[in-house]
Design a binder for this molecule. Structure first.
Ligand code: ADP
Ligand code: MG
Length: 322
């Protein structure tokens, strides 16, 4: 498209000053930012993995969200999708629509974005810069060996269901922001700076049968695995991993609700055959990942929640108390 002006800054000077100079360059990028399209070298024998997500102001984040956190999170949520496939991320594209071009905002946004580029050695290879209501679209491309792919439709009867890390923190923080209530910094950090479980996803390749990242809440996301695999499951809420920050901020009942139905944690939920338990322990301990068994996959369709009082069909949209 012909060169635009965004608030006095020429589109190409925004690209030049903020996006073309980001930190990491990879040997497998044949042609990066600056031409009509980018060229990358995909290693022979590997599959190309692609994922894209858009964050729109007012829908996916509040106006108050700091630019640094927004830059970080817009890349984190895509990396989380690649992690849930077991893929190694390599290349990133960024399409950004800005209402105005404020240099300080762009500086902070690109700093947040760069944290994950550097951490995972990714290169920004292209994108688009336009004017309009604030919206950020990120595409991440990665590679994977064909026999290491973690799909949603591959859970097996008898698999143990696990989650990484802890659940419910981000949902607590989101709720606090919505109702203008105080939240401790650790919980807000979980909402603004989720950790994409990239190393964990790669480690699970060849061990887990199915995996998904938890963006919409454990019940809703686990249900995707179950419906795609044509199976059911029972989960045990007492086993859900809750962070000490959540436990100190909310009642057990409320923490449970956030852990089951809140989203935005970007932990992985995955299923593993009991025969691979030792292998699982070895690979996840080697990368210092905490993980917790929370349930079991079965032939009977439906997602059930079971505690000492009994077993009940989970309501996917809103967890109902037992
Ligand atoms: P065209 O008009 O051919 O689409 P653009 O002026 O949109 O070209 O972009 C010029 C170059 O800058 C392209 O290589 C494009 O991929 C890159 N680019 C544009 N916006 C961004 C951005 N936000 N992040 C990274 N690269 C960008
Ligand atoms: Mg363009």
């Amino acid at each position: 498209m012909k060169c635009n002006w965004i608030n006095g800054l020429r589109e190409f000077s925004i690209i030049e000053n903020f996006f073309a100079s980001l930190p990491y360059s990879r040997k497998d990028v044949v042609l990066g930012i600056g031409d009509d399209a980018a060229l990358v070298d995909v290693p022979p024998g590997k599959l190309l993995v692609s994922s894209i997500d858009t964050l729109v102001e007012g829908i996916h984040f509040f106006e108050e969200m700091p630019a640094h956190a927004l830059g970080y999170k817009s890349l984190a949520v895509n990396l989380s999708d690649l992690a849930a496939m077991g893929a190694t991320p390599c290349w990133v594209s960024l399409a950004i629509t800005l209402p105005t071009a404020e240099e300080s905002w762009l500086e902070l946004f690109t700093q947040g974005f760069s944290l994950l580029l550097e951490k995972f050695k990714l290169q920004l290879i292209g994108g688009d810069t336009t004017q309009g209501p604030l919206s950020i679209t990120v595409q991440v491309l990665g590679v994977i060996e064909p026999d290491k792919v973690l799909r949603r439709d591959a859970a097996k009867i008898g698999d143990i269901i696990y989650v990484t890390g802890s659940l419910g923190d981000a949902a607590f923080a989101l709720n606090a922001l919505q109702y203008h209530q105080q939240t401790i910094p650790d919980l807000l950090h979980r909402l603004y700076y989720p950790t994409p479980r990239v190393e964990e996803g790669i480690a699970l390749g060849g061990i887990a049968n199915a995996a998904i990242d938890i963006s919409d809440g454990l019940l809703a996301d686990l249900n995707h695995i179950l419906t795609r695999s044509c199976l059911g499951a029972v989960i045990y809420p007492e086993k859900l991993p809750l962070s000490p920050w959540l436990c100190q901020s909310a009642s057990f009942e409320r923490s449970m609700r956030y852990a089951l139905s809140g989203g935005d944690d970007y932990e992985l939920c995955f299923t593993v055959s009991p025969s691979k338990e030792q292998e699982l322990q070895n690979v996840l301990r080697a990368i210092n990942c905490s993980y917790t068994p929370i349930g079991i996959v079965g032939a009977e369709k439906g997602l059930y929640v079971e505690n000492a009082q009994g077993r009940k069909l989970a309501s996917i949209l809103g967890y109902q108390h037992l």
